[in-house]
Design a protein around this ligand. Structure first.
Ligand code: ADP
Length: 905
């Protein structure tokens, strides 16, 4: 046997307890809780006690598999099972047997190749075999170590004595102490005698039973086992073993007792969680002999530590108090994993920390409770007294179990709270929703209904309808359909149905229901449904349809279509009438650019500009434009657009399009007519002018010759002749006056555009000067208010004042004329008034007197030509004003006329 070289030493120390530790970490094995205290060697010698091959392979094969994974050379000695059975089991455990065999990493050997190499079992030969194998594996093949699993049933045959076997097993332990060398001796406890098994237990430091790796308390080192000690030592050892045994048993009993209490408390249904927690904490304090126990909320990220519960008063650890987690022992549970213990705070680096220095805590046992939906907790026990020994595996296990219960309960409570909240939420929702929520059994029995539903069917209380047939509430014509629907839903379908209900007081309502099957705990399936009262909705839909129909008809009658442009997407919407107006066959609106392209090429810029401007500024537009219909006809549209804005942002542009083609045609015809009329009027005026102008000369001749006749033959003419001549002269004079007036009348329009500022005060002075003689003759009194300066043709305006004033003097009665000239300033014009106290006229005739040659009096009474007022009207209208009069016979007359201001100075 080679002694460990220096490098082996190092390697050994690195790999110390590696075999056992690896087993502890393997999920295939349970235990041992703690590494053995005196385990200061790298090799491990274990015994597997099994009852059948399932039991056996469940431990032996993972043991080999782990060796292969760790790069160790693995030997398996098959005897109780055949070589093929072992290989099959290895394959079943996912070992790549062929590769391992081929590479030599795995060898399955027989006892004849190992224990009975020389024919019979010989201890030294076998030890040599192990040594050679180990040497070969490490030095020659480069494996990290050797792992062997040997079925020991070969020892049942032949003449190997149980002592020989025990001796061999005993000496195997201290061998190759610094080598990575693990041997698993497999003993079939059904086949070997109890004595042999007893020896096996005594000679193996570790046992595997039921996949649990145990530290073997009954292991006896070989020198003691083989009776080399003196009787006293032996007695001591035996009594010690007895004591240890008893202590272990007591501990086990105690552990069981505490466990029983823990289960009892946790199972009590008469206690609340808080009460149970208190009891359990007390149990823990008792179990661990520590004063305090409790829970704290922790959050490593924010360094939070907050005491939530503590079993008795502590000066610093008070519920609700917060400290930095890093200042407490509880930090260990998050640093190190689940459970942490402190019995030596100073050597664990807690000097200077609050928990040690200030709180005075000397002993700590805590575990981390990770909660699914709440702040994590630590579940801790502590004492201000120091504790000599460290916490035993049993104590840690007990603490771990308690922690698990608390964690489960906290999670459960949180889940219950959430569930309760959710249920309450749902209940509130069901009770406040305006829709009916109900469940109906397969036979139509109404099982549940919320308040909204009860209101819909006009039930005063739930008992009016619950438990009754829901079919009775369905309108007769819908009842069968509803029954079939309910049956389908109760068979597992989902669906929607519209139907009418008739409430308990006879009101009909239209409903829409969405139903689904609901499985009940009693394994029946019922209908759960959300039912909405759509009576108003149906009514609104009907109204909407009516409104749309009305709109369509109105559009037709008014020949107006509606349109809308969506500002962001430039999407276009048209009412049906637009499609008709534009003779578009499809019912799909074109994109905006195509719609704009339908306008007459000359008008396109106008429409585009108007739309852009409206979208930009939010101002409405109103344009007249031509459009080319699909058929190529040109039609006139009046296009009005009204943008809608929100916070100065145009959100839509809507408008109307009105076909004004006929209107445009009429307008055009009218313009032509007006043109023709104006031309004919002009011609008439020219004719009147020419006629009156040309009439003057022959008239003058008639008058001159009549006067000559009168002057030359005055004495030769008799009275009659004299009178005839006077009539003729008079007629000629009257005709001249008429011709002069006509001439003035026909000239009025020829002065277009020659307006100037006219001071009416001065103008009137001039008029009264000219009429001075008449004024004096008639003893007329003329009062004039201050008059404005207006923009006018001064000569024409003088004519107006002159005519109105001379009429006012002329048409007076016996009283001397009193005439008043006033003016009223209005928004856009001056309103002049000339009022007299004369004879007045019949109000029915106030319009007639403005006609040419229209007179109300005979020439003998009041001489005149009947053109004066017609001339005034012509002049005032030529100034874009109006003239009219107010009068009562015998009460005097007032003539009004207006002159617009915009042309005034
Ligand atoms: P003329 O005075 O030459 O007859 P006008 O055109 O000036 O012609 O007047 C038409 C008619 O209106 C007069 O014949 C008279 O009957 C009536 N008329 C005009 N001014 C007045 C007035 N101030 N008072 C009463 N009647 C008037």
């Amino acid at each position: 046997m080679s002694q460990p070289a220096e490098d082996n030493d190092q390697r050994g120390s690195v790999r110390l307890e590696s075999g056992l530790k690896a087993l502890r970490q393997s999920p295939a094995f349970r235990g041992p809780g703690d590494p053995p205290e005196d385990h200061d060697h790298a090799n491990d010698h274990l015994a597997l006690l099994y009852e059948d091959s399932d039991d056996q392979f469940a431990a032996a094969i993972p043991f080999i598999r782990q060796g292969l994974e760790r790069g160790e050379q693995c030997l398996y000695v098959a005897d109780d099972n055949s070589r093929d059975e072992v290989l099959a089991a290895m394959r079943a455990y996912d070992i790549d047997v062929d590769t391992a065999l081929e590479s030599g990493a795995l060898s399955v050997l027989t006892p004849a190749e190992t224990y009975r190499r020389t024919g019979e079992f010989d201890r030294d030969t076998m030890l040599e075999f192990w040594e050679d194998s180990l040497e070969e594996a490490k030095a020659d093949e480069g494996y990290t170590g050797l792992r062997a699993a040997a079925e020991m049933t070969w020892a049942l045959e032949g003449d190997t004595s149980s002592d020989e076997l025990a001796e061999y097993e005993g000496v195997l332990n201290p061998l190759y102490q610094d080598e990575d060398y693990t041997v698993l001796c497999q003993y079939n406890s059904e086949r070997f005698s109890a004595e042999v098994i007893h020896d096996v237990i005594k000679t193996h430091p570790h046992l595997i039973i039921n996949n649990t790796v145990s530290q073997n308390f009954y292991y006896t080192p070989p020198e003691q086992f083989f009776d080399s000690e003196d009787p006293e030592t032996k007695v001591n050892r035996m009594t010690q073993t007895l004591q240890e045994h008893t202590a272990a048993k007591t501990e086990l009993q105690e552990h069981r007792e505490y466990l029983r209490e823990l289960y009892e408390v946790s199972a009590r249904s008469d206690l609340s969680f808080e009460e149970k927690l208190r009891e359990i904490i007390e149990l823990g304090c008792d179990r661990f002999d520590l004063e305090y126990g409790g829970l704290a909320r922790i959050d490593p990220e924010t360094d939070l530590f907050e005491i939530e519960t503590i079993n008795r008063e502590h000066e610093h650890l008070i519920p609700g108090k917060q400290y930095p987690l890093s200042e407490t022992y509880c930090q260990l549970v998050t640093d190190d994993g689940k459970t942490a213990t402190v019995t030596d705070p100073a050597s664990r680096g807690f000097e200077g920390k609050l928990c040690y220095e200030q709180f005075g805590v000397q002993t700590y046992l805590g575990t981390h409770l990770e909660l699914d939906s709440d702040t994590d907790r630590t579940f801790f026990f502590l004492s201000n007294e120091p504790r000599e020994e460290s916490f035993s595996a049993a104590e840690r296990t007990f603490h771990h179990l308690m922690g698990q219960w608390v964690q489960y309960e906290l999670d459960r409570q949180q889940r219950e709270r959430e569930l309760r909240e959710r249920t309450e939420h749902l209940q509130a929702l069901i009770e406040t929703t305006p829709d009916c929520i109900k469940t109906v059994g397969p036979d139509g029995t109404l099982l549940q209904m919320n308040t909204a539903g009860l209101e819909m069917v006009e039930a005063e209380s739930a008992s009016d309808v619950i438990g009754e047939s829901v079919y009775d509430l369905i309108a007769p014509e819908d009842r069968q359909r509803f029954r079939e629907f309910n049956e389908r839903i109760c068979q597992g379908e989902s669906g929607t149905l519209k139907f009418d209900i008739i409430g308990l007081d006879g009101t009909r309502r239209q409903m829409e229901t969405h139903a689904a099957p609901l499985s009940r705990p009693d394994e029946t399936t019922v209908q759960v449904a959300l039912t909405r009262d759509i009576t108003d909705q149906v009514e609104r839909k009907r109204e909407l349809e009516r409104a749309l129909d009305l709109l369509e008809k109105t559009e037709h009658i008014a020949d107006v279509g509606g349109w809308e442009i969506e500002p962001d997407t430039k999407e276009v919407f048209w009412t049906d009438h637009i499609f008709e107006l534009l003779e578009v066959d499809t019912d799909e609106e074109p994109p905006l650019d195509e719609a704009l392209a339908m306008y007459h090429e000359e008008d396109q810029p106008i429409v585009e500009g108007a739309v852009e401007e409206a979208l930009d500024s939010g101002d409405p537009f109103d344009v007249e434009t031509r459009i080319r219909t699909e058929n190529g006809d040109v039609r006139w549209l009046r296009l009005q657009g009204v943008p809608e804005t929100v916070d100065d942002e145009v959100i839509s542009l809507r408008g109307a399009a009105h076909d004004i083609t006929e209107h445009k045609e009429r307008e055009h015809q009218l313009e032509e007519l007006i043109g023709k009329l104006e031309a004919s009027n002009d011609r008439l005026k020219q004719f009147a002018y020419a006629a009156s102008h040309d009439l003057q000369e022959p008239l003058r001749m008639v008058s001159s010759y009549l006067q000559l006749l009168e002057n030359e033959y005055r004495n030769d003419l008799d009275a009659d002749a004299q009178e005839y001549i006077d009539f003729a002269v008079d007629g000629a004079d009257r005709m001249r006056a008429m011709v002069n007036d006509l001439l003035a009348f026909s000239r009025v329009e020829q002065t277009d555009g020659e307006f100037e500022p006219v001071d009416c005060n001065r103008l009137l002075e001039q008029v009264t000067d000219n009429l001075q003689l008449k004024i004096e003759e008639n003893d007329a009194d003329i009062s004039v208010k201050s008059l404005p300066t207006v923009w006018a043709d001064s000569e024409q305006l003088e004519q107006v004042f002159s005519n109105l004033l001379s009429n006012a003097i002329k048409y007076s009665d016996d009283e001397p004329p009193e005439i008043e000239i006033t003016v009223e300033e209005q928004a856009n014009q001056w309103k002049f008034a000339v009022a007299d106290n004369g004879i007045g006229i019949d109000p029915a005739k106030t319009d007639q007197i403005f006609e040419v040659f229209k007179r109300l009096h005979h020439d003998n009474e009041y001489p005149g030509t009947g053109i004066g007022l017609a001339l005034c009207q012509e002049i005032v209208e030529n100034h874009a004003g109006e003239i009219w009069m107010d009068s009562e016979p015998g009460e005097g007359s007032t003539f009004f006329f207006t002159i617009p201001k915009q042309a005034t100075a």
